[in-house]
Write a protein that binds this ligand. Structure first.
Ligand code: BGC
Length: 470
């Protein structure tokens, strides 16, 4: 491995910690809800709000952080996100009442939204073309690790709190279990904040701000002097071409030349969520319990979901720059659709018990269906969406464009999570999974027609091809 590659990997790994914090922050609440309900005497709606409020502010942050980062740079926005994660973790850990807790969670939501889109964008802007897909996927990998670590950390705090270890008792891990679950996030968040001082500003952003020399120095460390000079020239040329067009505003995103890339961006933003990933993530134990295997086994199987997601994401990282984005996306969607049909069939073949509950299902088939779905997602929609988002749009409006697509992604996620329990009750699990499966099939048909292959090309080459092609 050359010194250049080592440097770039180090930078990408540090920046991608934003993904870890995002995954941790979003899922840590799953372990908290059962304790805050009784402690603050909450209604179901209030509990729901404690969970969903974060997605609301992260949607807002997605809208804002792209344009803000176009203006002030990518790095300041990431640092702000790190601070928000830290403050939110500490404030929610010591919250004296429910409202403070929700306010603190909402503050963290701003960090989630910002990290979710700025981290992958930054990495795409600094990475050499031939490994860009892999490096941007570090971010998704970190999201997935963050989700799993939060589950594990919740479990650990809970068990230590129940133990009679004297240090655990003096830290009051038992009485304050949910406070510790939320508070521990401050440690990685503070680490992230300080580690960000050691990464440079995005070279492509520097060029946009007329700081070509600084950009050249960074690009040289990333891919050597000769390559850096030709990259810099390409970035500058693309900016000259863009400067002759209208200003980089939201309006420009809707110009006819942008139609193809915007359509692709919106389609995958919707598809990533509408096929139900967060229903499975946030309600996995509940789904497994419906298959009739009992609570403990259900929690065990939920852990498997996290592991499979992690393994699939690693497979995607290994293949994305070799096979390309399209084959991963298409095979992943085929696996998702098949798994959903399997789930619809398995739940559909259940019988009704005496009080209307579903009985006599095949829990193994259901487990295979869920794990298949998560594996399909992990090699395709999970990582590839972020890679494509960071590649499709021209330099000058990348920030705005990713914000816009992220906003759509987040809103669809919010709605899907919200209606899932309602769907289960009114349509039943079989129909619900059939709906997800149909969306996957529709996505497969549209995707096969419109998805471009972007592997190994520079962002500027892609711009010429995708944006002028209309
Ligand atoms: C999605 C999240 C999802 C996660 C699961 C991300 O790419 O945006 O909504 O929870 O993947 O791995």
């Amino acid at each position: 491995m050359t010194a250049n590659t080592r440097y770039t990997i180090r930078v990408a790994l540090i920046v991608a910690l934003g993904g870890f914090l995002m995954g941790f922050d979003a899922s840590v609440i799953s372990g908290v809800v059962s304790f805050i309900g009784p402690e603050f005497d909450l209604t179901n709606i209030q509990v729901g709000w404690a969970v969903a409020s974060l997605t609301l502010t992260s949607t807002l942050a997605m809208m804002m952080s792209g344009p803000v980062s176009d203006r002030y740079g990518r790095k300041p926005v990431l640092k702000a996100a790190a601070l928000l994660f830290t403050i939110s973790a500490v404030a929610s850990a010591i919250a004296p009442d429910y409202l403070t807790l929700v306010a603190a969670r909402m503050l963290g939501g701003f960090g989630v939204g910002a990290a979710l889109i700025i981290a992958p964008m930054y990495i795409a802007e600094i990475a050499p073309a031939d490994v860009r897909g892999r490096m941007v996927s570090f971010n998704q990998l970190n999201i997935v690790i963050g989700i799993s670590v939060a589950y594990f950390s919740n479990y650990l705090i809970l068990s230590l709190g129940q133990s009679d270890l004297s240090w655990a008792q003096s830290l009051r891990l038992g009485d304050w279990n949910w406070r510790w679950m939320l508070g521990v996030e401050a440690l990685p968040a503070i680490f992230y904040f300080f580690a960000l001082f050691s990464v440079p500003e995005s070279p492509r952003w520097l060029v946009m701000r007329g700081k070509a020399e600084g950009a050249l120095a960074i690009l040289s460390r990333v891919s050597g002097k000769a390559q850096a000079e030709s990259d810099l020239e390409a970035v500058q040329e693309s900016l000259v071409v863009e400067a002759n067009q209208e200003k980089g505003t939201l309006k420009e995103l809707f110009l006819p030349a942008m139609r193809l890339v915007l359509t692709i961006g919106i389609v995958i933003a919707i598809l990533q969520q509408i096929t139900g990933i967060n229903s499975v993530f946030f309600y996995a134990p509940m789904i497994f319990e419906q298959s009739g295997i009992g609570t403990d086994a259900a929690f065990m199987q939920a852990v498997l979901v996290g592991i499979i997601n992690l393994v699939a994401t690693i497979v995607a990282i290994m293949l994305i720059d070799r096979l390309g984005r399209r084959p991963l996306m298409i095979s992943g969607l085929v696996i998702i659709a098949t798994s959903m049909l399997l789930l619809a069939y398995s739940f559909g073949s259940a019988e009704q018990g005496p009080s209307g509950e579903l009985i006599n299902m095949n829990p193994t088939l259901i487990l295979i269906g869920i794990l298949g779905f998560v594996a399909g997602f992990g090699i395709s929609l999970g990582p590839v969406m972020w890679v494509l988002f960071s590649e499709l749009f021209p330099n000058r409006i990348r920030g705005i464009a990713i914000s816009f697509c992220g906003l759509i992604n987040c809103s669809v996620s919010f709605v899907v999570q919200l209606v899932f329990p309602w769907e289960l009750e009114n349509f039943g699990p079989s129909m619900t999974f059939l709906i997800y499966g149909s969306f996957a099939i529709i996505g497969l048909i549209i995707g096969t027609r419109i998805l471009p292959e972007t592997k190994g090309r520079s962002l500027e080459e892609l711009q010429v091809e995708l944006v002028s092609k209309k």
